[in-house]
Design a protein around this ligand. Structure first.
Ligand code: RIB
Length: 308
């Protein structure tokens, strides 16, 4: 039985401007006033899982600057153990995010301190990892560090959820080390090496799952935005429809999904129950601005589940 969640990943200050559309090359476009939110896929997943009631420890790096303070404060306020976040010589990672009127976002990352997370540092975390932990990782810290974590987790017998975001090609040997892999549609296309063919329907998503299994993925969850998601463990496959909501900011919806999935699995839910829990959490998050600021509580998710 899993009793706590171990997150390795990025911590970013999200610099968000709302705009009617994206600027074209060479163009200067007026947007909204700037909002600054705590973000980063790793920290978003950690904060959201903790707000959903899980016991969570975060590992990563921030700079020795005010953005680093902002991120550590957000972890603490969400109830995450931030003792595993070190302060690097490099500036805190940041993300320039444009949010469009339909809630869609575009993100440009500056890795900063996230890039100082190394494989050798992760190897030094091995004594903190045990079989009763559920490990969450993404790809906003160097791949060598994630790969080291995947190997240690497997040696220890810990379950791993890998969010392959931002997408890179991954070998079957790497993909096999995670119990669950959770690409969105674009990331799925990269993993399948057919970037022009994102799955757009549940049928295409389930077909993509079969392709992911052939590339080493044990359980695939393809997050399909306002459609919902498809799930396949190689034996059973199913689709879960998204809730109909009015999105204002989809930033971190995928992170909130993974947090909900992990928080539910950590308390003994089945895969289907955990996917439904993550789906409800993600639906709530898109109705609120920002990344960590949009994560719902367990009570809100339970109410959302009952609304169906
Ligand atoms: O997944 C959303 C996150 O991606 C943002 O918070 C941003 O920091 C980038 O990491």
């Amino acid at each position: 039985m899993t009793n706590s969640i171990f997150v390795l990943g990025s911590l970013n200050a999200d610099l968000v401007i709302q705009a009617d559309r994206l600027p074209t090359p060479g163009e200067t476009l007026q947007g909204s006033d700037l909002s600054i939110y705590p973000g980063g896929k790793g920290a978003n997943q950690a904060c959201a899982a903790a707000r959903l009631g899980a016991k969570v420890a975060m590992f990563g790096a921030v700079g020795q600057d005010v953005f680093g303070d902002l991120l550590l404060e957000s972890l603490t306020n969400s109830g995450v153990d931030s003792g595993g976040v070190v302060r690097s010589e490099r500036a805190t990672g940041s993300a320039s995010i444009t949010v469009l009127p339909n809630g869609e976002n575009s993100i440009l990352l500056s890795p900063g301190a996230n890039a100082s997370v190394s494989a050798s540092w992760v190897e030094g975390l091995a004594p903190k990892l045990s079989a009763d932990q559920l490990v969450l990782c993404q790809l906003e810290v160097p791949f060598a560090a994630v790969e080291a974590l995947l190997k240690i987790s497997n040696e220890k017998g810990a379950r791993v959820i890998l969010d392959p975001a931002p997408a890179i090609e991954l070998s079957p040997e790497t993909l096999r080390l995670a119990e669950i892999v959770t690409p969105n549609q674009a990331e799925c296309a990269v993993l399948l090496n057919r970037e022009s063919q994102q799955p757009r329907t549940f049928e295409e998503g389930l077909e993509a799952c079969r392709g992911l299994h052939a590339r080493g993925v044990r359980t695939a969850i393809v997050k399909m935005g306002d459609l919902g998601c498809v799930v396949s463990d190689g034996n059973e496959s199913f689709a879960v429809e998204a809730y109909q909501v009015d999105p204002i900011d989809t930033t971190a919806a995928g992170d909130t999904f993974n947090a909900g999935l992990a928080a539910a699995l950590a308390t003994g839910s089945t895969l289907r129950e955990a996917v439904e829990f993550g789906n409800a959490a993600a639906a709530l998050s898109v109705t609120r601005p920002g990344a960590q600021s949009s994560a719902p509580s367990r009570e809100e998710v339970e109410r959302q589940l009952q609304s169906r």
